[in-house]
Design a binder for this molecule. Structure first.
Ligand SMILES: Nc1ncnc2c1ncn2[C@@H]1O[C@H](COP(=O)(O)OP(=O)(O)OP(=O)(O)O)[C@@H](O)[C@H]1O
Length: 318
């Protein structure tokens, strides 16, 4: 399993980066949530002071990697089907070491932004535990650096600067995660004909790819999705693995493949392969592979069968 972690000073943009991962269908484990959970269990308010105290206490009692250790089973659980997990909130080198020991494929990404920029963001965000003045932020920086955050930042495999716009930052994160998550991006396109109900076409796409991020421009629906599980499951339930395999091979070009699906059957939650020039325009689906061999992708979605049953199952892409 590949574990990707973001590390950075307070307000550098770690949570924003994790949200991008989530939108891409990558499960996220938030280390701060482990501390927040502990505060809730003790009926304490979720202020910076309380959370800081609890984090310190856990580290004193159980070691500097206490929070990381509590996250390891959560990471295993969340990543078991997907093969990749993002961890948000590493605060020290001991935590990096704990994760490296637990996961042999561990990648650390530093998120960096100067103090003043981060302070301006705190003023805008106003979370209950956010700093009220720049001195408080300096104090938080000091506290976190005392946990050897500096060392973790130093040994990071990648660094993303978060000094410009939110959109630019999100784009940088997405680009890097696309490379690292070794996943498949699904590009979907179809025409919404004048006789068709837009909502129904949207539903048809969502039935096959529930995480599809849909935009409609004029008469064209376009979407991006990452989660292949529903589509994969439908191929099995409908027992159309051989057809699917043939179609996926037919549409292959370099590291992507395109298939055409019937819109009407998609609307009732079924996969039905069709031709590019089918009436009422089909749903064009392109699977773009990042770092995954085509054969593995093919075996994951539609393995070869014998007497209608898969010869072997590839349960994960990574
Ligand atoms: N490039 C940016 N431009 C404008 N605002 C941003 C940018 N990056 C992050 N922000 C905003 O700054 C705030 C802090 O970002 P975020 O919560 O992602 O940081 P964090 O590193 O997770 O913080 P913390 O360590 O305090 O949990 C958020 O309100 C976020 O929307």
């Amino acid at each position: 399993m590949r574990v990707i972690a973001f590390v950075g000073l307070p307000l550098s943009g770690k949570t924003t980066a994790s949200k991008v991962a989530e939108e891409m269908g990558i499960p996220v484990v938030c280390m701060g949530d482990v501390v927040r959970e502990e505060a809730k269990k003790r009926n304490l308010p979720l202020t910076d002071e309380v959370l800081g105290k609890i984090a310190n206490e856990l580290r004193e009692k159980e070691g500097m990697d206490a929070i990381a250790k509590r996250c390891i089973p959560l990471i295993r659980e969340k990543g078991k089907d997907v093969g990749v997990v993002v961890v948000d909130g590493i605060r020290g080198i001991a935590e990096v070491e704990a994760f490296k020991k637990a996961f042999d494929d561990f990648i650390l990404i530093a998120v960096e932004a100067p103090l003043e920029v981060r302070f301006q963001r705190a003023l805008k965000r106003k979370r209950s535990d956010d700093v009220k003045n720049i001195e408080e932020l300096k104090e938080r920086d000091r506290r976190e650096l005392s946990w050897n955050l500096a060392k973790a930042l130093e040994i990071a495999d990648f660094t993303i600067e978060n000094t410009s716009s939110l959109d630019e930052f999100r784009e940088k994160v997405r680009d890097l995660l696309e490379q690292l998550a070794k996943k498949v991006e699904v590009e979907i396109e179809t025409k919404v004909n004048p006789t068709e109900d837009v909502d129904k076409v949207v539903q048809a796409v969502k039935n096959l790819f529930p995480d599809a991020d849909i935009t409609i421009e004029g008469d064209t629906l376009r979407a991006k999705a990452w989660d292949l599980r529903k589509f994969r499951d439908l191929l099995r339930r409908q027992r159309i693995l051989d057809t699917a395999r043939t179609e996926l091979l037919k549409g292959k070009s370099n590291n992507e493949t395109t298939v055409f699906l019937n819109k009407q059957t998609a609307y009732i939650g079924k996969v039905n392969f069709t031709d590019e020039d089918a009436i009422l325009s089909p749903i064009r689906v392109t699977f773009k592979l990042y770092g995954i061999p085509f054969g593995k992708f093919l075996d994951y979605l539609a393995p070869p069968t014998k007497a209608g049953k898969p010869i072997r199952e590839v349960d994960r892409l990574i």
